[in-house]
Design a protein around this ligand. Sequence first.
Ligand code: FAQ
Length: 331
Amino acid sequence: MYSQGLIGADSSTTESEEFLAAFQSRIDREEKIEPNDPMPEGYRRTLVRQIGQHAHSEIVGMLPEGNWIARAPTLRRKMALLAKVQDEGGHGLYLYSAAETLGVSREQMTEELLAGKAKYSSIFNYPTLTWADIGAIGWLVDGAAIMNQIPLCRCSFGPYARAMIRVCKEESFHQRQGYEIMMELAKGSEEQKEMAQDALNRWWWPSLMMFGPHDSDSQHGDQSMAWKIKRFSNDQLREKFINATVPQAKFIGLSVPDPDLQWNAEKQGYDHGEIDWSEFKAVVSGEGQMNRDRIRDRNKAHDDGAWVREAALAHAQKRANKQHIPQEAAE
Ligand code: FAQ
């Protein structure tokens, strides 16, 4: 999805087998790869793609929840949500910084996002219709994000792995605040319980889509696993998420909207129904309910923030000039 210019030309054909084997043995020895280390072009491109998409997801992911800050039901809920949305912005910035170590600039990545050319997680193209959606996002979306990101703390690329350690600590708080909202609603009035169930009904399947296509359809999965960028496949992580989350729903008296869901004692996990992959494909290709709104709102936020960037730049230039004068005088 990224333009060729951003990811870089594919020069993998010029890499010798010896070079590729030496790189693979570093990976196999669990050595961390750092930005200035020699690396196959395909490895660099995979990371720019994945980290860039991940960073954009964090930034676009601020929008559905940001929509509810002014309508949070209590001051405590408002403070928690505000802090969470701010954390997501911070996660985006760590991730853009990690991608920058691979030779792409944050400005380039931002331009791709604003032009609607960059991918970000499908989940953020669904609307947040009620307060219970904020609970469902924290519980399910952050829950799925944690399941996917804990193994990324052991990613072979150092800057991505280190960013993930900090991100995961914050995501755990996000998941708990979401589950707590759902728990309170589920034990509240009939209307509140219905609202919680309705949110679970709408967010369950999109949350399962966050893990990506089935392994058999995953274009990048095998190579990313061999390079130890990914430690588990899309389906393995999705199964882990289902197995962890179904008992949490039961515990608060909500039902998972999947008639085929059944405990399978032999595999010690749940059998479940199939995702609607046509919906997934439509959302990923820009036809989800909120794709256009998200890009429009990001562009507006970017334009509204122009004065902040200009002021920060002017301040930095002024400081640089000040520092420069005594240096010249000293010469
Ligand atoms: N949505 O070959 P694979 C968060 C694309 S968490 C959109 O299997 P891969 C926290 C994929 O990019 C959400 N596109 O790809 C938060 C590829 O397209 P490409 C973000 C998807 O990379 C919580 C194509 O399909 N988390 O933001 C999706 O091996 C609450 C083929 O797929 C991450 O990004 C999808 N769901 O595996 C924030 C985690 N799934 O590039 C605010 C890091 C697949 O060829 C509020 N990323 N695609 O055009 C990953 O772990 C991986 O990139 C996967 C996909 C697992 C997402």
